[in-house]
Design a protein around this ligand. Structure first.
Ligand code: SF4
Length: 365
């Protein structure tokens, strides 16, 4: 497939892995931010091609995994108690809150619908003018533009029964929180290419300088990821801590100006709870007061709750790079994709799902 095969070239992958090995003189721990990168690493066995001195740990870049249980509870409450039609991406339906998940809410009579785009939810609202329709707007900087556009379209078209329940999170504040933690072991980052496509790379320079970590903007195919790791290791070995763009075919330093304007028009930066990690100052996006009519929190009088700790799930330690999925006692035993205990086993971008899908079952075969 054009534009994909060339980035899955086995010979080039092996050459890059060999180049990493030649540059490596001591142990380094590198975190990829994005769950899509985690899945590519585990699926293609890229970590197994690298020298043992290189440890890859898996960051908090799975949007479903970091959506707090208490906000899922709010979505469940809207569907079951408020009789709203709650629209969500498929992955979110099976992530447990502190009680039930949205799929169970649907089974109990709540009107929960899976959609592929926030604009689909606007359409649902137009088709059901007598009902309140809420889109569960989760995700990083990548999904914020489409969610902001949905709000703008609803206003433009007079769709007064549409609102969004936001759980938007931002990558740079999370990187700062990880690097500032006493048990941090991350020495270099592969930044998520698609986030930088929207937001650009400007936020990363201050982090690289303040914490002395190289940050390499990286794509999602095997060649992209090994190129990112090579550049990160090269910086570490040379004692440099800079921002490099290894995904120049998609990322410009300034990002996507139009998308950023749309996001800034509808959202403002706010503190946010991250599932498994806790509250991170100025790490989320909330609907601006001038768009309050489309803010489900305001519309339904939802009060923000304190972060709730997951019991029996170590996802926070995994997403901070302190542990890996097989370190969890529940991994593959009480926690499987069919019966997930925590969000990273549900999501198509979750680290636990990646290890289970590509490693645990292969080992059992
Ligand atoms: S294996 Fe399950 S319980 Fe353990 S960290 Fe992953 S999602 Fe949580």
């Amino acid at each position: 497939m054009k534009y994909v095969d060339e980035y899955r070239d086995g010979a080039l992958v092996r050459q890059l892995a060999a180049a990493v090995a030649r540059r490596t003189t001591r142990p380094w721990t590198i975190m990829e931010i994005c769950g899509g990168q985690t899945h590519a690493i585990v699926k293609f066995g890229l970590d197994e091609l690298l020298p043992k001195a290189i440890t890859l740990v898996h960051g908090p870049g799975c949007p479903v995994c970091v959506t707090p249980a208490e906000i899922i509870d709010d979505a469940v409450g809207l569907a079951v108690e408020q009789q709203a039609m709650v629209c969500s991406f498929g992955d979110m339906l099976r992530v447990p809150g502190t009680g039930i998940d949205l799929l169970t809410a649907k089974a109990r009579g709540g009107d929960v619908r899976m959609v592929y785009s926030p604009l689909d939810a606007v359409t649902v609202a137009k088709e059901n003018p007598g009902r309140e329709v809420v889109f569960f707007a989760v995700g990083f900087e990548t999904t914020a533009p489409a969610n902001a556009l949905a709000v703008q379209r609803a206003q433009r078209e007079g769709v007064a029964n549409f609102s969004i329940l936001t759980s938007h999170v931002l990558v740079p504040p999370a990187m700062r929180a990880l690097l500032g933690a006493p048990d941090n072991r991350v020495q270099g980052f592969l930044a998520a290419g698609h986030v930088c496509t929207i937001m650009g790379t400007g936020d990363y320079g201050p982090i690289a300088r303040e914490f002395g970590v190289p940050i390499v903007v990286t794509g999602f195919e095997p060649v992209d990821i090994l190129e990112g790791i090579f550049r990160c290791v090269r910086q570490l070995e040379e004692g440099r801590a800079e921002v490099e763009n290894a995904y120049a075919r998609a990322v410009r330093a300034e990002g996507n100006a139009h998308a950023r304007r749309v996001v800034e028009a509808v959202f403002e930066v706010a503190d946010r709870n991250w599932r498994g990690i806790g509250r991170i100052p100025r790490s989320g996006l909330e609907v601006r007061p001038e768009w309050a009519a489309f803010d489900a929190r305001k519309r339904f009088g939802l009060v923000e709750k304190a972060a709730r700790a997951d019991t029996g799930c170590i996802s926070g330690e995994i997403m901070r790079g302190v542990k890996k999925p097989p370190d969890c006692p529940a991994f593959g035993t009480t926690c499987k994709p069919e019966h997930p205990v925590g969000a990273p086993m549900v999501s198509g971008e979750g680290a636990c799902a990646a290890y289970y899908r590509y490693r645990a079952r292969a080992a059992a075969a």
